[in-house]
Design a protein around this ligand. Sequence first.
Ligand code: FPP
Length: 246
Amino acid sequence: MSLLKQLNLTNLPSHIAIIMDGNGRWAKKKGLLRNLGHQSGAKTVREIVEVCAEINVKFLTLYAFSTENWNRPKLEVDLLMKLLISSLKKELNTLQKNNIKLATIGNIDSLPAKVSAELKDVVEKTKNNSRLTLTLALSYSSREELIKTIKEISLKVKNNLISPGNIDESVINNHLYTRSLPDVDLLIRTSGEQRISNFLLWQIAYAELYFTETLWPDFNKENLFEAILNYQNRERRFGKTSEQLK
Ligand code: FPP
């Protein structure tokens, strides 16, 4: 029986972020080239996006390429970029049909021109969709995002547009790539690694963290339901006591 029946659909995480890890190990285990792991990972992306839209998760953010990933062999990076373009071309219709908005975070202009052009096109075409916001983190580094934010705010202080005393959480939030997203409720990392790897450091301040041994290409909707069930069984206290929450 599907775990879907056990979910409390009135207490879903509004924003799920996923560190999709393990494509390379999945391929290696099967004696395949790493790239086939990424291709299979792209199929998982499709399934997870679809199911999030179906159950009404409003925000899904996927770590697709970190700034550190530029250090991988050129062939792997090139094939990942190609996979991104072909997935975007293939999925535009599905995004439109399912009312899904595509957004990006990261240094999009550092991507190959073809990739950034394709991304900008899909972002523009889906910008009025409202069922689910799918955000791809590409050439993303959380520390870089924070440095960029600090520089922008400093400049505004220098130009007397903000006074230092007025800098608060909302000022910072409004300068991050994620300015139009709520905080992350549930962060999932696949493949058994238990690290954050420079992903949404500010935005996960109160997120529930969920680590699973499952490799990303093997992750499926039942695994997602399992993660959400686990989340629903936790008590999110936001610094308060259990008694205060009752
Ligand atoms: C991590 O596995 C995965 C990546 C660096 C790339 C993620 C890309 C995809 C899932 C495919 C395309 C994405 C979209 C949005 C269509 P790894 O290579 O680090 O695995 P390993 O740790 O086992 O080597």
